[in-house]
Write a protein that binds this ligand. Structure first.
Ligand code: BES
Ligand code: MN
Ligand code: ZN
Length: 498
């Protein structure tokens, strides 16, 4: 899909289909329709009258309006009540439009943007939201179908703006939305790839080729280097796998930024069987997505580079499988992490915090201004917040504020849980410094407390995305399957970071 904008009269349009948002619940709630050619406006008014169209958010109607206009089809999309309009309404409008247009073989579509879509003085937000919705809503992973034919989407989408709008601002938002959605869809692809395809090496190769394409640096540490650096926890988790571990380091230096870097750390378990503490068979396939944090970090670095954000950014991804075998690490084993702390392994399925222990220890070498790790870390986060929100932990006010702001802008929900010192008591080991599980109570909090042992005193935030990594109930712009959660949240965070 190519996006553009124009300021023109509807009677001058030449396109296959005109898409029009309508507000709930009556024709009169839609002042923009009064400026439409009479035949079209009357048509929509009649549909409201006979309760065929109500404007309810998510509803969509495709109508043939004949040859009298510059377009043969009209798509009427409900966007809910006027008073409830928010940024995400426009994103959802885009998503619903994508579903409505999918497979319709329209080459070009015009999307009418009503004056009422103006939420503030920033016209770029409207276009960003609409494009994000369209691109996220039309996402499909077809690589693994023998007939990978994509359902047709229009090749050109042209937004029709109110006369007074700043077209340059609007066009800037088109580009931002395109890059944001690209990043999230990239993350979805990575999560969707099964572990026999997306091995740690393949993940590293993806990072390297993105680095070449979008001009950032990428270095991959192999097992020998990891041994020298004493990344014993990653090596232990890797010990049951025949696939070599990879420690991926991505560096993006934004124009004009001389500041200490923001360091993103992503959990990259390309398959989590639980190891010797084997998971049950039911739903184990979902653990191909246990690199959702890594996918988020990889895509976020690429998005920052494509947006040319003025930040210095480092992405760190410890990548390995977690498998049982005769050489696998075992419950009771004691590991010395890169920072020297000793860890008693009580459960080999609590492997995420182990690989993060080394990655967080490594991050301190970079003297980061802030560290954010993203990880599908605990099933307990699903118990705490449901499939609605990720769990956020932080020791820093600035990070809290900017992460919550990024969450609001992206409509990717997160909610803070505590880093109380009582949780440290729960993970004290009788034989080593700490143990890798604290039992059932507050499982997400004890996991975060564990990570806190490897962040020294740096400003740090931890996002536990186990609950939001996969979409089970499809939304307007979130098809079933890998969500790609976090890419937009982190990218919005980075856009605000100073
Ligand atoms: N990758 C899982 C967490 C997870 C669970 C992600 C569900 C996505 C959906 C993690 O490695 C894990 O197994 N955590 C254990 C920790 C426990 C052994 C302390 C868990 O949550 O059960
Ligand atoms: Mn696990
Ligand atoms: Zn895991």
């Amino acid at each position: 899909m190519n996006f553009e904008s124009q300021i023109t009269k509807i009677s001058h349009l030449k396109t296959d289909c005109l898409a029009v948002p309508v507000f709930q619940s009556k024709y009169g709630d839609n002042p923009h329709l009064k400026t439409f050619p009479k035949a079209i406006a009357d048509h929509i008014q009649a549909l409201f009258k006979s309760d065929i169209v109500s404007g309810k958010g998510g509803d969509g109607y495709l109508l043939r309006v004949g040859e009298k206009h510059g377009f043969a089809y009209l798509y009427v999309a409900g966007v809910g009540k006027k008073g409830e309009l928010e940024q995400d309404t426009i994103r959802k409008f885009g998503g619903n439009l994508a579903s409505g247009l999918k497979g319709k073989k329209f080459k070009s579509v015009a999307v009418y943007i009503p004056e009422l879509f103006k939420l503030n003085d920033d016209y770029s937000v409207v276009s960003q939201m609409a494009v994000e919705g369209l691109l996220l809503g039309s996402y499909e992973l077809l690589k693994y179908k023998s007939d990978p034919s994509r359902k047709a989407m229009p090749s050109k989408v042209s937004f029709v703006l109110p006369d007074s709008w700043d077209k340059r601002k609007f066009n800037a938002g088109l580009k931002i939305g395109e890059i944001m959605a690209w990043g999230q869809n990239l993350s979805r692809d990575l999560i969707g790839h099964p572990s026999n395809y997306l091995t740690p090496v393949e993940l590293a190769n993806t990072a390297k080729s993105l680095a070449r394409k979008y001009c950032f640096q990428c270095e991959v540490l192999t097992k020998a280097r990891m041994k020298k650096l004493k990344m014993n926890c990653i090596l232990a988790v890797n010990s049951g796998s025949t696939q070599p571990p990879q420690f991926i380091i991505m560096k993006y230096n934004g124009p004009g930024s001389k500041k200490d870097p923001v360091c993103l750390v992503g959990k990259g378990i390309t398959f989590d069987s639980g190891g010797i503490s084997l998971k049950k068979a039911q739903d184990m396939d979902q653990m191909k997505g246990d690199m959702g944090g890594a996918a988020c970090v990889l895509a976020s670095v690429a998005v920052a580079a494509r947006l040319k954000l003025p930040v210095n950014l480092v992405g760190l991804i410890p990548a390995t499988e977690n498998l049982p075998s005769g050489s696998a690490y075992k419950p009771g084993d004691i590991l010395t992490a890169m920072n020297g702390k000793t860890i008693e392994v009580l459960n080999t399925d609590a492997e995420g915090r182990l690989i993060l222990a080394d990655a967080l220890s490594y991050s301190q070498r970079l003297k980061p201004a802030a560290i954010i790790d993203v990880a599908t870390l605990t099933g307990a986060s699903i118990v705490a917040l449901g499939y609605v929100s990720s769990a956020m932990f932080t020791n820093d006010d600035k990070l809290r504020k900017l992460i919550m702001s990024g969450s609001k802008k992206s409509s990717e929900k997160t909610w803070e849980l505590p880093l109380w010192k009582e949780y440290q008591e729960q993970i004290k080991s009788s034989i080593a410094d700490i143990k890798n599980t604290g039992g059932r109570p507050a499982g997400s909090c004890t996991a975060a407390a564990f990570l806190n042992n490897f962040t020294a005193n740096y400003p740090w935030a931890h996002l536990d995305i186990a609950a939001v990594d996969i979409v089970f109930d499809k939304g307007a712009y979130t098809p079933k399957g890998p969500s790609g959660y976090g890419v937009r949240l982190i990218s919005e965070f980075l856009r605000e970071w100073k």
